[in-house]
Design a protein around this ligand. Structure first.
Ligand code: SF4
Ligand code: SF4
Length: 271
């Protein structure tokens, strides 16, 4: 009996090793794909429910059997934020191109995981949005998830920063039923203790002392979408379609201009 129990223990130890090997291999395949697309910032975490967010924004609300969350990031060139003129226009174009690029990479990773027998769904970089309690959210909150994945840390501007690129980061991600090898913890606090430049510089005062951003104030000030304004002024259209539908069909990708990126420009982490 003792030797059978020992054998059983040895076998389960061997399976655990094989499982760990598979998890590491899958992670390496994903890293290799990201590397080929020029993406070096990457992390994997557990699909936790986050206390700060409504339950509908948890990974398992979209994929019941989710066992891993993957996030990756692309940096915004410094020259865009610090351009002498037309910084917002450059930022708008760069962001929209990069969102599409990251979304395509997310689709690719989903298919790679599916080919290995797993379910996977993309977390798109920007649109579609959901309006919940007068706040604007992506279908899953990439800022929070990227922090869980260890890519960066939420700052007092509500943006995620890492040591190399500051808050100049755009994110993409995937949730999957695959149990993947998890990566490291987020860095420590990134904001210097005496800094409040983003809050002081935000034109509509959308950032509070605790680093919470009033989505409504920010979105109203930082974007212009004449088509959405036109549709919202039409009572018949407004009654026929929900606000989310109008926003997601006319706001998506290049259809609304950016008019503010002040919190990124003034942040010392982006110098
Ligand atoms: S983008 Fe502009 S309005 Fe929005 S939080 Fe930053 S500084 Fe404020
Ligand atoms: S401006 Fe200062 S407080 Fe705001 S995010 Fe950057 S470092 Fe943090």
């Amino acid at each position: 009996m003792i030797s059978q129990a020992k054998q059983k223990g040895e076998r389960s130890g061997a399976w655990a090793e094989i499982d760990a090997g598979r998890r590491a291999l899958m992670k390496n395949e994903i890293m290799s794909l990201l590397g080929k697309r020029g993406i070096s910032l990457f992390g994997i975490s557990e699909p936790k429910e986050l206390a700060e967010l409504p339950a509908q924004f948890s990974p398992r609300s979209i994929l019941k059997d989710c066992r891993s969350v993957l996030c990756y990031a692309a940096p915004i060139p410094k020259g865009i934020l610090h351009a002498e003129t037309d910084s917002s226009a450059l930022f708008w174009r760069f962001s929209n191109m990069t969102y599409r690029f990251l979304d395509t990479v997310s689709n690719e990773i989903c298919m790679l995981l599916e080919a290995q027998g797993h379910l996977a769904a993309p977390i798109y970089s920007c649109f579609p949005w959901k309006v919940c309690g007068k706040k604007f959210y992506g279908l899953l909150p990439l800022a929070y998830l990227s922090q869980e994945c260890g890519i960066g840390k939420l700052t007092r501007s509500g943006l995620v920063a890492n040591a190399r690129f500051g808050t100049r980061l755009l994110f993409g991600g995937v949730i999957t039923s695959a149990a993947l090898e998890k990566t490291g913890k987020p860095p420590d606090q990134m904001c210097p203790s005496d800094c409040s430049l983003c809050r002081e510089s935000c034109p509509p005062g959308a950032i509070d002392r605790g680093g919470k951003v009033d989505h409504n104030l920010c979105v109203r000030h930082s974007g212009a979408n004449p088509l959405l304004a036109h549709l919202l002024a039409d009572r018949e259209i407004k009654a026929k379609f929900g606000f989310d539908t109008l926003l997601n069909t006319v706001g998506v990708d290049d259809h609304g201009m950016y008019t503010c990126s002040r919190c990124l420009e003034v942040c010392p982490l982006n110098r």
